[in-house]
Design a protein around this ligand. Sequence first.
Ligand SMILES: Cc1cc2nc3c(=O)[nH]c(=O)nc-3n(C[C@H](O)[C@H](O)[C@H](O)COP(=O)(O)OP(=O)(O)OC[C@H]3O[C@@H](n4cnc5c(N)ncnc54)[C@H](O)[C@@H]3O)c2cc1C
Ligand code: FES
Length: 344
Amino acid sequence: MSGVVCTLRVAEVTPETADAVSVSFETEAGIADELRYKPGQFLTLRIPGPDGWVARCYSLSSAPGDPRPTVTVKRVPGGLASNWICDRLRPGDTIEVLPPAGRFTPAPGHRDLLLLAAGSGITPVMSILRSRVREGGSAVLVYANRDERSVIFAAELRRLTEEYPDRVQVVHWLETLHGLPDLGRLTALVRPWAGADAALLCGPKRFMHTAAEALEAAGMDRSRVLSEEYQSLTSNPFAELSAAPAPPPADEACTGTLTVELDGERRTFPWPARTTLLDLLLAQDLDAPFSCREGSCSACTCRVVGGEVKLLRNSVLMEEDLAEGYVLACQAVPLTDQVEVVYD
Ligand SMILES: Cc1cc2nc3c(=O)[nH]c(=O)nc-3n(C[C@H](O)[C@H](O)[C@H](O)COP(=O)(O)OP(=O)(O)OC[C@H]3O[C@@H](n4cnc5c(N)ncnc54)[C@H](O)[C@@H]3O)c2cc1C
Ligand code: FES
C-alpha cells in the first residue's frame, strides 16, 4: 500500500438491499499490485460534492483472491458520498481511490473467529468471513440489523452456513424482533464463543460499545478484540497528495534524526521537533501511505524499532499495538534524538 492514487473503472453496481449497493472494480493491468489487500481493509474514494471533492473510506467486502475488488456502501440519511455512490455510480464510470489500508484484519494464526457486525459494519466482516472460510478456518457471526429487509448479504450468508455447517454459524439479531442489542443478552449470546482466537467488531458506535463490553463480560481478553469505527473524513488526502508538502516552520529547532525503512529503502533525515513523521516523509518525496491524517483510520501505521515518539492523537491503535511499537505516522512527533521506523 502507498500514497499513490489509482483510477478504477466500475465493473458492476449491485443492489444488496433498498439502501445498500456493492460496487466492484475492473483490475486493469498495471494496478493489480497497488490493489493487493488483506481481508478487512478499506479503500479511500474521491467523491464529487457541491463544493469540490470529498474523500470517504469504504471497506472491501470482497476477499483477496476474488475476481474483482468490491466495496459495499449503505446510504446514510442526508449523507453526501453514500447517496452519490448509491444513486449516481454506474458501470464504466471511473473513480480515484487510494490503495487498500487499515489494520482491521485478523492475524494469520487466528483461524477461528467470533465476528460481530451491525448494519453496514458487515462489509469488512464479510471479507474476513469469506477469506477465513476459504482458508479452512471457522467463524461465528452475530449480525444485528433493523429488520429482515435490511440484512446485507443475507443470501450469501445462508449459502455459507448450508455449505459449511460445521465451520460457519450466523446468528441474526433483528431489532424489530429482539429490540436493540443490550449488554445482558449480548453477553449471554457471545459467551459460548469467548474462547475464539479473536473477535472482530464493526458497526455504529453504540453497538460497538455494547459489543466490546459484552465480550469483556463473557471473559474474552481485550488483546484478542479488534474493532473498526466508521466515520466520515474531514480532511481530503487526495488534495494533500497533489499539494506541495509544507516546509517545516522556520522557527522549528531540529532536534533529532529519523532513519526510515520504506519500500525496501533505508534513508536518514533530520527530524524537526514539531513536524509529524508523515509530513517529514512526504516532504522528502517518499511514498508513505496515509488516508485520514486525523489519527483515526490507521492507513499510516508503521513501527518504531528505535527511540521514541509521541502520538498527538490516536483513536485507532490499541494498547497491544502500541506495546509492539506500532504508531500512526500522521500523529507521531519525536521524543528522542534518534528514531528508527520501519514500514512492514
Ligand atoms: C475505515 C472506514 C471504513 C468504512 N467502511 C464503510 C463501508 O464499508 N460501508 C459504508 O457504508 N460505510 C463505511 N464507512 C463510512 C463512510 O466512510 C462514510 O462515513 C459514510 O458513508 C457516510 O458518508 P456520507 O458522505 O454519506 O455522509 P456525510 O455527509 O459524511 O454525513 C452526513 C450525516 O450523517 C452522519 N453520519 C456519518 N456517517 C454515519 C454513519 N456511518 N451512520 C450514521 N450517521 C452517519 C454525519 O454525522 C452527518 O450528520 C467507513 C468509514 C471508515 C472510517
Ligand atoms: S492517516 Fe489515518 S490514522 Fe494516520
